[in-house]
Design a protein around this ligand. Structure first.
Ligand SMILES: Nc1nc2c(c(=O)[nH]1)N[C@H]1C(S)=C(S)[C@@H](COP(=O)(O)O)O[C@H]1N2
Ligand SMILES: [Mo]
Length: 373
């Protein structure tokens, strides 16, 4: 019994000094590579979308529907976490080949090995930084998350292209072969199935804050999807050093024609609208709610761009609203949430809510709106 168990264990574990795991094989590595490739591709595209909506560049994303960013970013984080077990097993499956000698046999081989080194290192870094960001553990990183995570995505993309180009000629043949053996111990097919199962399990267990029906099994979910007034809070008023508004509170609207200072009573005198929109955080979670308040364009009129800002000194203390977003009926300066006055942690007295925007652009505690003609 124990001997059989040991034999099984030995068939999958790299033993010191020698790689005895017999379940490894190019057919298994190829299949793991295809699954990992699909997950990484979806993760890359959705990551690019998230970056493009936050940092408008030469290629812009068409306006997203209300649920668009929540779905895109949910996929980004889910494919990212599902990649972790796939990446680990894929590394295990090729581990002995990483140490083969000669290290470099010719130019083509050299380029291939270099691309694998870059691919492995950048993927490990990307998955680790992503995971720590979702867990809101920045302390150890010591470098700015966004530019590093974004740049390494391109490094991965480049090395994947090289890797796929090198492996493509063998890939068809490897995938056509049946996944068999080894004669004893865990089989290759079982290793593949277990890897896919682990990927599916982490995806499901971390999906509770993205898709409501998964909440009961969401043991790995970062957010419950719940918080004060039914919506989670990332940064509280205390963390942003925001004090509760008093009678003196005013919203300053700076227009090219002059500025206005509006009290809360004056804001509530504007026509009030209600919209049902999600907070969809870059961390992947989303929470839908009913928001009531004033249409932003009712305060600003037409403009090429509007900047809303708060006294919060943090990175997300202000955001831009482009002309198409400003003109939408559901771009609202929210004063109420789920039928109650907006709570302080959700951005009282006034916060922005608009369709298809990442949470980081749904600025809370707005006390200043700058209108650019
Ligand atoms: N002023 C300000 N607004 C902000 C933030 C912030 O740090 N400061 N965080 C943003 C982020 S990252 C998210 S996900 C949403 C969360 O809104 P909620 O706390 O109401 O759920 O607020 C956004 N608005
Ligand atoms: Mo967020």
């Amino acid at each position: 019994m124990i001997r059989r168990l040991m034999a099984r264990l030995e068939s999958i574990l790299p033993l010191p000094g020698a790689y005895r795991a017999t379940a490894r094989g190019p057919g298994l590595s190829a299949r793991l590579g295809v699954w990992l490739g699909v997950a990484v591709f979806v993760c890359f595209v959705t990551g690019w979308i998230s970056h493009a909506v936050q940092h408008p560049g030469p290629i812009s994303v068409p306006p997203l529907p209300a649920w668009g960013y929540a779905v895109s970013q949910g996929l980004h984080v889910t494919t990212g976490v599902a990649s972790i077990p796939l990446f680990a097993v894929k590394l295990w499956s090729v581990a002995p080949r990483l140490w083969t000698r000669p290290m470099i046999a010719g130019l083509r081989h050299g380029i291939e090995r270099l691309s694998v080194l870059v691919l492995v290192a950048s993927t490990a870094l990307e998955l680790a930084t992503g995971l720590f960001n979702v867990a809101e553990a920045y302390a150890w990183i010591g470098f700015p998350f966004t530019p590093v995570h974004y740049s390494f995505a391109w490094v991965i993309a480049g090395s994947v292209v090289v890797h796929v180009a090198v492996k493509l000629p063998q890939l068809r043949g490897l995938l056509a072969q049946r996944l068999a053996g080894p004669p004893e111990g865990l089989g290759r097919r079982e290793v593949l199935r277990l890897s896919l199962l682990s990927a599916a399990l982490v995806a499901l267990a971390s999906g509770g804050d993205k898709v409501g029906v998964l909440a009961p099994v969401g043991v790995l979910s970062q957010r419950s999807g719940r918080g004060p007034q039914g919506v989670p809070v990332n940064r509280t008023a205390a963390e942003a050093a925001i004090r509760p508004p008093d009678e003196q509170w005013r919203l300053t609207v700076l227009m090219p024609s002059g500025s206005r200072a509006l009290s809360l009573a004056e804001l509530t005198a504007f026509p009030q609208v209600q919209v049902r929109l999600p907070i969809a955080c870059v961390e992947g979670w989303n929470a839908w709610a009913d928001w009531q308040g004033v249409r932003l364009r009712d305060l600003t009129g037409r403009a090429s761009e509007v900047v809303v800002s708060s006294p919060d000194p943090g990175a997300y203390g202000s955001s831009r609203v482009d002309a198409p977003t400003l003109q939408r009926d559901d771009t609202v300066l929210a004063l109420r949430l789920n039928g109650e006055p907006l709570g302080l942690d959700h951005g009282a007295p006034a916060r922005l809510i608009a369709a298809g925007r990442p949470g980081v652009l749904q600025t809370k505690w707005i006390d200043r709106i700058e209108v650019r003609p």
